[in-house]
Structure formats: C-alpha cells, structure tokens
Design a protein around this ligand. Sequence first.
Ligand SMILES: NC(=O)c1ccc[n+]([C@@H]2O[C@H](COP(=O)([O-])OP(=O)(O)OC[C@H]3O[C@@H](n4cnc5c(N)ncnc54)[C@H](OP(=O)(O)O)[C@@H]3O)[C@@H](O)[C@H]2O)c1
Length: 308
Amino acid sequence: MIVVSSATSNTGSAVAEALLAAGHRIRVLGRDLDRLRRFVERGAEAAEVRTDDPHSLREAFADAREAFVMLAPGLIPGSGDFPAFQRRVINAHRQALVGLDGLTRIVGLSGWAANHAGARGPVWGLRPFEEALDTLTGVEVIHLRAGWFMENTLPMIDEVRATGTTRGLIPGDLPLPAIATADIGAVAAALLTGRREAGAGTLELQGPRDITLNEVTAAIGRAVGRPGARYERIDAATMRRGLLAAGFSPHMADGTIDMTVDVAERRIAMTRPRDAETAAPTTFEEFLARVVNRTPEPLRVSPPAGRS
Ligand SMILES: NC(=O)c1ccc[n+]([C@@H]2O[C@H](COP(=O)([O-])OP(=O)(O)OC[C@H]3O[C@@H](n4cnc5c(N)ncnc54)[C@H](OP(=O)(O)O)[C@@H]3O)[C@@H](O)[C@H]2O)c1
C-alpha cells in the first residue's frame, strides 16, 4: 500500500493522480473525507487525519510500504504561532512513522528554502521536517527540495484580469526556479513505485527554465487579454499592509515578508544546476494554459489563530 498525505494539496493531489493513473493501490489522507471523494471514486482508500495528530496518522500509515509526506499546510494566514504548529506536525509524523513494520521508502516534500540554514517564516519547518524523517531507521528517505511553485502565480491571474498589474516584494527581474506541482507529483510517484531510483538524501527539482515575475505577468496578460500587464515592485511596509488587510495575523505577515526577502536577496536559492536529474518538463506557458480558465475553488476559512 502506498500512502499519500495531504492529498487535497497541490502537490499531494498530483502524487495521488500520478499513482492512480499508473494503476497503483493507494490510500489518500486528508482532514475531510468529502474532499477525498474524487480519489475514492477511482479506487483509492481514504483516511481522515490531522497533520498534527500522531494517532490518526499512525493508524493511516500502519500498513504502508511507501509513503509520501509533506509539511502541510504551507501557511495558515491567521496563525499566531506557526513554528509551534509546524513542530507539532513534525513530531506527529515522526511518531506515526517510527518503527513501522514493512515501510521501505518515504518521499518527503521539502523545498528550496531548506537549502538556506537560516530559513524564516512559513518555510522555517522544512529543515527540521527533513531532520526528523532522517532519524527514522530501516527506511529509505528522499527529500524533494522543489523550487518556486508555479501555483504561487494563481492569485495573479485574477489580479491581472482586474487591474492589469501584479505587485510584490521580489524584484521583477529576479530569475525564479519555477516548477509545476504536477511535475513534482510525477517524480514522487516514480520514486515511490521504484520506477526511478534516487538513493536516500535530497533531490533538488526545478522546471525547464527560470522565469521572472515580469515574464510571469506578461504571460498572464497575454493569456487573459490584457497584453500590457506589468509587474510593480512594492516595499515591505506596503506588502505588510496588504497581508493584514487580507486577514493575515501580524505574526504570519512578518514571517511571510521575511521569507520573501530571503528569496529576493537570494539567500533562498537552488544549489544544483539543471540537469537530467533535477529538471522537470512543464513550462510556465503550458502550466498557464492548463489553469487560466479553471474555476477557482471556494475560499476555505482557516481555524482561529489560537489553534496553530
Ligand atoms: N509554494 C512554494 O513555492 C513552495 C516551494 C517549495 C516547497 N514548498 C512547500 O510545499 C508545501 C506546501 O505544498 P502545497 O502548496 O502543495 O500544499 P498547501 O496548499 O500548502 O497545503 C494544503 C493542504 O493543507 C491542508 N490544510 C489547509 N489549511 C489547513 C489547516 N488550517 N489545518 C490543517 N490542514 C490544512 C489542506 O487540506 P484541505 O484541502 O482540507 O483544506 C491541504 O491538504 C509546504 O511545506 C511548503 O513549504 C512550497
């Protein structure tokens, strides 16, 4: 049995899709069975878990031979203490996976931020998550240090449609190692099923070429009929006001800004060149063509700040 965590996330769903398409038996995990139904209808088992609850996780992983795990969610906008939440998620996964009979391989989603020892904000937990998984014995652990998700641009599509501009703290000409989560899912599925061998350790992944936010905005503009769309760089104080207005707690707004500054100033960066092992195929234009007319999911309300 291959167990796939956070199967409703961008990346977890891509892993589950790739495994189901190849005919594998899988169990998908999520916090709401209803949202897992699309996988169950295609033959998957499903289990309701909370990412910070070791008991539900242990039960769900009990008969796993291979497991895909991730530190989810990547962000809780209203959180008052996100590192505390991430510590609970990390500990819960370690407790759930330690000493499991029959578990041979874990593929963990990490990120390029784990290349930076001083990572701050929502990506703080990626290194500790890797380190916790590395303490497990008798099982091969592969960490996927993926670059900048193309899915980060999804909110920019509506922004361009509405205003013809996008705004952010990252310099518009900074090359970003963008990757589609569908490509991460394909690699994870190949590793879980032994179609691809990587050996334990970390594997960096990025798309076929770097893109800049100037290019992203122009491409979205062309795709939605706003050919003059432009990216505008804003300062940290303006970004902070925007995040607070969007419902972020001051703690999460500050952490998100710290993380973004680490990207802008290249402390968060890839360490390996693109090559046959680290490069994934989907271009930003192909990604955009797939998502541009997709109906957005209804917004889900996060739990109150105290929970996380
Ligand atoms: N964004 C990037 O550029 C990037 C790059 C490299 C690595 N990463 C890493 O990738 C991971 C995020 O991956 P992703 O974007 O695929 O997933 P994601 O969208 O951050 O995670 C969503 C998942 O978390 C669940 N979730 C949402 N809010 C929750 C809450 N308040 N409490 C508990 N669960 C909640 C969702 O369940 P429901 O469906 O039930 O809501 C869903 O399964 C993070 O670890 C991040 O650091 C990100």
